[in-house]
Design a protein around this ligand. Structure first.
Ligand code: BES
Ligand code: MN
Ligand code: ZN
Length: 503
C-alpha cells in the first residue's frame, strides 16, 4: 500500500473518496465543516436525517455531494470530541479502511489525522494513520488462496491531507517512518501466522538469508547444530534434540554506522512450535503454539524496518530457532543440562523451554560487546494472566533502559508495563541437583522466568519483554499482531537521532 501527502483546498481534491471525521453527537470536525460549507450545507442536512451520530467506528458513505471534486465522502465516527485519543483514532481509521474496502474506491484522501487526537502531534498522527491502515489491509493468503472476505478492490493508496504547507516535511517523515514500521509489522505477522509445518527453524533461516540478500548493510549468518555443539550450547540443543527439525541460531548483522559504535542486540525466541515436550500441553488451543516464534518474528520485523530506513546505528538480530517436541531423545523432567555459560539447569518442566533456548543465545550475545540487549519472547502464560493483551511485560533492573522502553512503547502506541525483577524471587529457582531449576513454581511465573534469564545477562545492560499476551490474538481474530515491532523501531529511531526521545 502506498501513502502520500497532499495540501490544498479540500473541496477541490479529485479523489474516489474523502474520509472525514464526525464526533458524537453529529458534531462536524474542522475538515467536515469545510466540506459542509463547500456543499452548501448539504452535509449537515444529511446528518440531520440521523443515520450516523458519530459513534467511534461507525461510518456512512455519501455520494455526489454538490460542490466537491471527490466522488464520495465517507463520514467516519470518532466518538466524543473530549475523548478523542489514540484509541478512538485507531478505531475510526480501522473502520474507515474496512468501509473503503467494501467499495470500488481503490484510493482515498484522509483528513482524519487533522483532528488532533489527544497526545498525538502531527508526526505521530500521520505515522499512526500509516501503520493502522497498513495493518488493516494486511491479509494472510499464503495457504488460503480464495479468501471470500477479500475485498474486490483492495485499497492501494491513501493520501493524507495536510492543511498547512509548512507541515508537509513533518508529514513526509512520518510517512517514511510509518511505511518502514508497517513493513516490519507485516513481515513479523506473516512469519508468525505461518503454520509450524511450514515455518520451521530452517524456513526462518532461509528467510533471514533472503533478507540479507536484499540489503547491502545486512549480513546474515546461520549457526548450525554442530556450531552450537562447539560453543557448548547445551541448553538450546537439549530442546531441539526432542525434534526432527534441526535448530538454527540466526544472526542478522545490520551495519549502519562505523564498526566502533556498539550495537543494539535484539534476541527473539524463535520456537516454531511448542508442544510442551514430555511435559506435554493440553490439546485445546495447542495450535496457537505456532505463535511461539513471535519474539523471533519481531526481531525480523525490527531488522527489516532498520534496513528500510537505513538507520545510522549498528544492530544485531539474534534468533534461536527450534521446535519443542516429545521425540525419543527429548528432555525428560529431572534431566540436567549444562548451558554455554557453564551453569547447570535441572529441567523440571520441559514446557519451560523458551528460557533454555534464550539463555544460550543471551550468553552468545556477549561477544557483540552490546550497548544494550533486549530480548523478546512469548515466554509465559503467567504474563498473559498478569497483563492480558494490552501491554507487554517489561523486566529489567536498569532504570534508564526501563524508562526508555516504556516511553518508546507509549510513543509508538505499543505499550509495555514494567514488572518487578527483585532478587527475592530468585530463590524460587533453587535446585538440589543443579545451579538452578528451569521453573520456579506457580507464584509469579512471569517474574521467575525473567529471573532465570537475568542469570545469563550480567555482562551487559539488558531488558526482557514478555510478549505472550500481545504478540497474537486468539478467538475469531486469531492471528499475529506484529507487536512489539513498533516499540522496537521507535527505540531504534530515537537512538538514531531520527526522532526526539519520547518521554
Ligand atoms: N510458549 C509458552 C508460553 C505461552 C503460554 C505463550 C501461553 C503464550 C500463551 C512457554 O514455553 C511455556 O510453555 N511456558 C510455561 C512455563 C511453565 C511451565 C513454568 C507456561 O507459561 O505455562
Ligand atoms: Mn513451553
Ligand atoms: Zn514456549
Amino acid at each position: 500500500m502506498e501513502f502520500r501527502i497532499k495540501t490544498g483546498e479540500l473541496a477541490r481534491q479529485k479523489t474516489p473518496c474523502i474520509l472525514i471525521g464526525i464526533f458524537e453527537r453529529r458534531k462536524l470536525s474542522a475538515p467536515a465543516e469545510i466540506l459542509d460549507l463547500a456543499s452548501g450545507g448539504r452535509l449537515s442536512e444529511l446528518l440531520k436525517k440521523g443515520d450516523m451520530d458519530g459513534q467511534a467506528g461507525s461510518t456512512l458513505m455519501l455520494y455526489d455531494l454538490p460542490g466537491l471534486a471527490a466522488e464520495r465522502v465517507l463520514l467516519v465516527g470518532c466518538g466524543k470530541h473530549k475523548e478523542f485519543g489514540r484509541d478512538n483514532y485507531r478505531k475510526a481509521l480501522g473502520a474507515a479502511v474496512a468501509a473503503l474496502q467494501q467499495t470500488h474506491s481503490g484510493s482515498a484522501l484522509c483528513a482524519l489525522h487533522d483532528l488532533h487526537p489527544e497526545g498525538l502531534d502531527l508526526y505521530s498522527a500521520v505515522r499512526e494513520a500509516v501503520t493502522t491502515a497498513a495493518d488493516k489491509v494486511y491479509r494472510y493468503t499464503q495457504t488460503k488462496k480464495d479468501d471470500k472476505q477479500a475485498p474486490k478492490t483492495p485499497l492501494k493508496q491513501l493520501t493524507l491531507w495536510v492543511d498547512e504547507k509548512e507541515a508537509q516535511p513533518t508529514a513526509e517523515l512520518a510517512i517514511r517512518h510509518g511505511t518502514a514500521i508497517a513493513a516490519g509489522i507485516a513481515l513479523s505477522k506473516e512469519l508468525a501466522n505461518l503454520p509450524g509445518n511450514i515455518c520451521t527453524p530452517s524456513y526462518l533461516a532461509d528467510k533471514a538469508r533472503e533478507l540479507g540478500g536484499r540489503f547491502d548493510r545486512l549480513e546474515v549468518e546461520i549457526l548450525e547444530e554442530a556450531d552450537m555443539e562447539a560453543l557448548k550450547m547445551g541448553a538450546l540443543l537439549s530442546v531441539s534434540r526432542g525434534s526432527r527439525q534441526p535448530a538454527k541460531l540466526i544472526l542478522m548483522h545490520y551495519r549502519g554506522t562505523d564498526a566502533a559504535s556498539k550495537p543494539v542486540v535484539l534476541v527473539g525466541k524463535g520456537l516454531t512450535f511448542d508442544t510442551g515436550g514430555i511435559s506435554i500441553k493440553p490439546a485445546a488451543d495447542m495450535d496457537e503454539m505456532k505463535f511461539d516464534m513471535c519474539g523471533g518474528a519481531g526481531v525480523f520485523g525490527a531488522v527489516l524496518a532498520a534496513c528500510e530506513l537505513g538507520l545510522p546505528i549498528n544492530l544485531v538480530g539474534v534468533v534461536p530457532a527450534s521446535e519443542n517436541m516429545p521425540d525419543g531423545d527429548a528432555n525428560k523432567p529431572g534431566d540436567i543440562v549444562t548451558s554455554m555459560s557453564g551453569q547447570t539447569i535441572e529441567i523440571l518442566n520441559t514446557d519451560a523451554e523458551g528460557r533454555l533456548i534464550l539463555c544460550d543465545a543471551l550468553s552468545y550475545s556477549e561477544r557483540f560487546d552490546p550497548e544494550v540487549v533486549i530480548d523478546l519472547a512469548t515466554l509465559t502464560g503467567a504474563c498473559v494472566i498478569a497483563l492480558g493483551k494490552h501491554a507487554s511485560g517489561l523486566f529489567t533492573t536498569d532504570e534508564r533502559l526501563a524508562e526508555e522502553i516504556v516511553n518508546a512503547g507509549q510513543a509508538a502506541g505499543d505499550r509495555a508495563w514494567r514488572m518487578p525483577l527483585w532478587d527475592e524471587y530468585q530463590q524460587q529457582l533453587d535446585s538440589n541437583f543443579a545451579d538452578m531449576a528451569n521453573v520456579g513454581g506457580r507464584e509469579a511465573g512471569a517474574v521467575t522466568a525473567a529471573c532465570f534469564l537475568a542469570r545469563y545477562t550480567k555482562a551487559y545492560r539488558w531488558a526482557h519483554l514478555d510478549i505472550a499476551g500481545t504478540a497474537y490474538l486468539s478467538g475469531k481474530d486469531k492471528g499475529a499482531t506484529g507487536r512489539p515491532v513498533a516499540l522496537l523501531t521507535q527505540l531504534l529511531l530515537q537512538r538514531s537521532g531520527e526522532v526526539a526521545p519520547a518521554g
